[in-house]
Design a protein around this ligand. Structure first.
Ligand code: AG3
Length: 282
């Protein structure tokens, strides 16, 4: 990739694409897991690409991190111990630390190169990794989760797409281990892909979460720099709580003061699903 090129993330084979001009190539490397690139664009700022798919941009990372983290965090009583699987850029950890009462955040990222480039090119995301409440582990999330039981109040699965190194983070077996690693009353959130472009994927992932948790909910958020701009997330609840009726509004209001996207109204609205998704989930 060179300065002046157009980066293209293709959708559905080659049916369409998300594209932006590469104003500068800041880093290109290959880890044991994936191709890692950081490029600069005058509008999006620094952009992280893993295997040529957009992961994070300076400009709109807040949509994703707000929704992956705050929605589950306010559905748990007193979250103190939190695990992030993936998310080596640090964005999810930063959001968890906005919640008063958090005592420990474990970041379990398989690819050290992602953490290293985030520290260099995304300081606003990664600075929080030096907080004394944070434990950074370079480890396989699947292995890690099997060794931990009844330990976490909230687990956020901040993964790449279900192709390549992250495939194992979308299976019913994996979600079963996540449930076991949560204490009773705990909540898991996961990024679950684009409903407008890959609806079958979303439905499949949601089904796997439900198979493990019994109590599962899909919710939505626009993410301008991801394919189609519409993205989904899901919660797996280790309780019979309803994330719309039973979330902690007070804590939601408090954390919203520090957020660019999330607030209590967005929290509720995110669970409203359009008919094409409702129908697909039937
Ligand atoms: N996680 C990646 C979400 C999936 C993006 N997919 C794509 N562009 N095809 C982002 C990690 C942020 N902490």
């Amino acid at each position: 990739m060179n300065k002046g090129d157009w980066f293209i993330e293709e959708f559905q084979g080659q049916a369409g694409a998300l594209s932006f001009k590469v104003d500068e190539v800041l880093f290109e490397g290959e880890s044991p897991y994936q191709k890692v690139k950081i490029v600069k664009n005058s509008f999006f700022g620094n952009v992280m690409l893993l295997d040529d798919l957009v992961m994070v941009t300076d400009k709109d990372e807040f949509f994703y991190h707000d929704m992956l983290v705050h929605v589950p965090m306010v559905c748990v009583d007193n979250p103190e111990n939190v695990l992030i699987i993936g998310g080596g850029d640090g964005g999810s950890v930063r959001e968890v630390l906005k919640h008063q009462g958090v005592k420990r955040v474990v970041l379990c990222e398989i690819d050290k190169m992602v953490i290293d480039v985030a520290r260099k090119y995304f300081p606003d995301l990664s600075n929080c990794l030096d907080d004394k409440r944070v434990e950074v582990m370079v480890a396989d999330g699947i292995k890690y989760i099997k060794e931990h039981k009844n330990e976490f109040d909230c687990i956020c699965v901040d993964s790449t797409d279900p192709i390549g190194p992250a495939v194992g983070l979308f299976t019913p077996e994996f979600y079963g281990y996540v449930k076991d690693a949560l204490r009773v009353g705990g909540v898991m959130s996961a990024q679950t892909e684009s409903p407008s472009w890959t609806l079958e994927r979303v439905v499949g992932i949601r089904k796997n979460i439900e198979a493990a948790f019994g109590n599962a909910y899909l919710y939505l958020c626009p993410i301008p720099c991801y394919p189609s701009g519409l993205w989904s997330f899901a919660l797996g609840m280790k309780s019979d709580k309803d994330p719309v009726k039973d979330f902690n509004i007070e804590r939601s209001q408090i954390v919203a003061k520090q957020c660019k996207y999330y607030n209590p109204e967005i929290h509720k609205a995110a669970f409203c699903l359009p008919n094409f998704i409702r129908d697909a989930l039937k």
